[in-house]
Ligand binder design. Sequence first.
Ligand code: WT7
Length: 654
Amino acid sequence: MASDSSTPVPQKFAPSADFSAQAHVKTVAEYEAMHKRSIEDPEGFWGEIASDCHFFKKWDKVREWNLPDAKWFVGGKTNVAYNCLDYQIEKGRGDHTAILWEGELVDDKGEPTDVRKFTYNDLLRDVCKFANALKKMGVKKGDRVTLYMPMVPELAIAMLACARIGAPHSVIFGGFSAQAIVDRLEDAQSTVIVTADGGYRRGKIVPLKKNVDDACGMTDLVKTVVVYERTGNEITMKDGRDVWWHDAIEGCADTCEAEHCDAEDMLFLLYTSGSTGKPKGILHTTAGYMVFAAYTAKMVFDLKPDDMYWCTADIGWVTGHSYIVYGPLQNGITTIMYEGAPNHPDWERFWAIVQRYKVTKFYTAPTAIRAFMKQGEELPGKYDLSSIKLLGSVGEPINPAAWMWYHEHLGGGTSPIVDTWWQTETGGILITPLPGVTETKPGSATQPFFGVDAAVVERDGTVLPRGSNGLLVIRQPWPGMLRGIYGDRDRFIKTYFSEIEGVYFTGDGARFDEDGYFWITGRVDDVLNVSGHRMGTAEIESALVSHPRVAEAAVVGFPDELTGEAICAFVTLKGDSEASAGLKDELRKHVATQIGAIARPKDLRFTDALPKTRSGKIMRRLLRELATKGRVEGDITTLEDLTTIAAMNTKDEE
Ligand code: WT7
């Protein structure tokens, strides 16, 4: 695929002269000079960038770096919600639309029945009201507030309200199950959860409140549940614990002083999968994240005051945090939020939205592009997509065929495509084209953003020259970098700063090509990327073994045309259990119930034993071969029991 050096790269695509002329950065020389300065003089560079943001008190020092601990804008006091709202209003954007939201439901003509617009003034008022409601419930600075919501404006409002009072939020993706909620609540020691009665997804109601009730049945941590009424489905409200959103804000003032947060106060936690079973609470702080989200959004999407910007991600993932809420709002533009699925009521929905609001900048994931490709190019062809000026891609390597389709059928053959590489941990985009400058190559995330000192290295840390494959590391801290894993300092050091000495290890492999472009080849740890979503194999394995009939399980990824990678589980059953098609379905469903539908194995195979080395380590490479090709042809000399693979090779596909 993209990573294979033998694959001929058809073409390079230079930005059009028109685009470059109006862009924030216009020439390669400008990019190179700015990048050089950002690496040689990070304090000077970022100090200037941060001067565009609002600080109640200016920092004393731009950066402090004692590996693995970075501090940015040390001694500064600021507030992220203030920067997203009040500061924009001060700059004259009060009456400009901040959030344009479209609900999933449509009438019989296919027109959306719920569209809501919030100006910056409106949003400030609603954020203040909810911030006051949170205070009234006893939420104080530093308290973690869990948000388990559908894609409604109130989710952004709740995030900003938390930021306003200095209470870190922990957003849990609405596709996660009750057990996943409990794990995250307990890890964060969060006693307040904001949810909704339900959310719409493909015309059906996702029972969010019911999932929260189930979660509350497994932990007695939760003292308050705030319920936003979205779907009107029947739910039960528990006296003394549950309160409707509309009742909670009743009588609350519509102004609320923004907390003067320290630059390094926690802004949010966001849980993500790692290579062990327990999800990690990635910890982001205030000023560095804020400056980085604002500046990357501005430069990478080349934001201008009249942009109609649409990022199709869910706010439950970091993309939604940085590039639906915090980045765009700090640029005073309109950020579009869509509640539902790309194929409801049909596969034309996205293009209808682009046409309806004259979307100028469109940011989505390769897996979505591949799904659209399958539906045929006639569908986008039916709509006027001429408003599009720039396209973005995120979440996984974009295969050249999808890149070309995106370029032709959405970009009209001219819009620059920014393939943005980053992670929950990085807070914002680290490797990306600059749209007015970079000659793009389909499949490559191209070059490091300002302040990003990326390199490809060997396991022992040796930096590799152009033309090599290796491990992707970042050698200098950047403002949006994670500050820790909540409550687990050892894991923070072990995961990111000890595999390769002296640098931040991304967990990704990459090729650094002859032109100095980066081609991300994917995870090198036991983490899968399914539809751009991170899943730990260990998490899925522990969900499987929690089933009473499962003795042992091993999960691997295999290539999938649509989702990039798909999940294959190998399962051995307890002595008295019979393998059957029914049990197979039950186990796949069990994983979905334990974690969420995104973790459901596409393929599940029963086996009498798992292939292990003499020291008892599961040989995942063999399982990957089995999952991909159906048989193992590679070297099996270290295998403990050769009969295992022999048996698996001859086994019929179930
Ligand atoms: C992992 C991070 C960043 C927001 C969404 C995912 C993969 C992400 C790209 C890209 C190739 C990419 C990496 C990374 N990834 N963007 N443009 N090209 N791979 O965030 O869940 O933290 O996952 O997604 O493997 O490590 P995440």
